[in-house]
Design a protein. Structure first.
Length: 265
């Protein structure tokens, strides 16, 4: 390893080289002394440590974003704390009302059997007001396969009733004869089950979004409060979100149960 090198002091002090280093010399000139067998090189030395090759370990696809999927922090709901900024009871009443209405719609409009009761309670918009169908027509169960609706008292309501039936998700196809509608009760087919499941999801989305709207409304109310600490507003906002998410989860569980009833797991 060139044992007779003598380093020129103008290029820095000589360094003892170990076996773990590689000496790279760039000669800029030389002067030889044959008698002393000494050679002086004017050089620039580059020392590069020889380290073992390290294998880089790349994350596998299934590990990507793993840290992002950590469980959300559980929020303790404190009604007395929330009541300092918002009417908690009123918010809960509205959320519960949304859940109750969703259950009611499921019961009336998402059933494997289109019963006379479902038809009777069907809501119809007529002359700017909401009516139940039984208020506008005489309803008769002619036989297990046919329901008869007699509109002799309110014939002008028939177009509105047809619209309400078609958008009800009951999978009914009424036939008009003058002031009478004949409504065949469909068989419980796979297609009918799928149509009911689709309608159930639409109902769920409507009430889930209603709960989200309640959440947004009460968060705005909390943030509008004056002369309160930012920490209080922050904590109440988190609790409003957590409470409304609890109701959204309840609505989703109701949908899942109904879907299993209609389609199966």
């Amino acid at each position: 390893m060139l044992p007779y090198l003598k380093f020129d002091p103008s290029y820095g002090p000589a360094e003892e080289l170990g076996t773990s280093f590689e000496l790279l010399l760039r000669a800029t000139g030389e002067r030889s002394f044959l008698g002393s067998r000494e050679t002086v090189l004017r050089y620039k030395a580059f020392l590069e440590p020889k380290t073992p090759h390290r294998k880089r370990n790349y994350a596998k696809n299934r590990d990507k974003g793993k840290d992002k999927k950590k469980k959300a922090e559980k929020v303790e709901i404190n009604p007395s704390l929330m009541s300092e900024l918002i009417p908690v009871q009123k918010m809960e009443e509205r959320c519960n009302n949304a859940i109750d209405k969703m259950k009611e719609e499921f019961s009336k409009n998402v059933s494997l059997r289109s019963t006379t009761g479902s038809i009777e309670s069907l809501h119809v918009k007529f002359q700017g007001k909401d009516y139940e169908l039984q208020e506008l027509a005489q309803i008769i169960r002619k036989n297990p396969k046919t329901i008869v609706l007699n509109f002799s008292s309110f014939p002008q309501a028939i177009p509105n009733v047809l619209k309400a039936i078609n958008s009800s998700g009951l999978n009914l196809n009424p036939q008009q004869d003058g002031t009478t509608l004949f409504v065949p009760v469909p068989k419980v087919t796979k297609e009918h089950r799928e149509a009911l499941a689709k309608n159930a999801k639409s109902i769920y989305i409507k009430y889930r979004d209603a709960i989200k709207d309640i959440q947004v409304e009460f968060i705005k109310k909390a943030k509008k409060q004056e002369k309160v600490s930012e920490d209080l507003v922050f904590n109440v906002t988190k609790q409003i979100t957590a409470l409304c998410e609890k109701y959204q989860t309840e609505a989703k569980n109701i949908l899942d149960t109904k879907h299993e009833e209609l389609i199966g797991k």
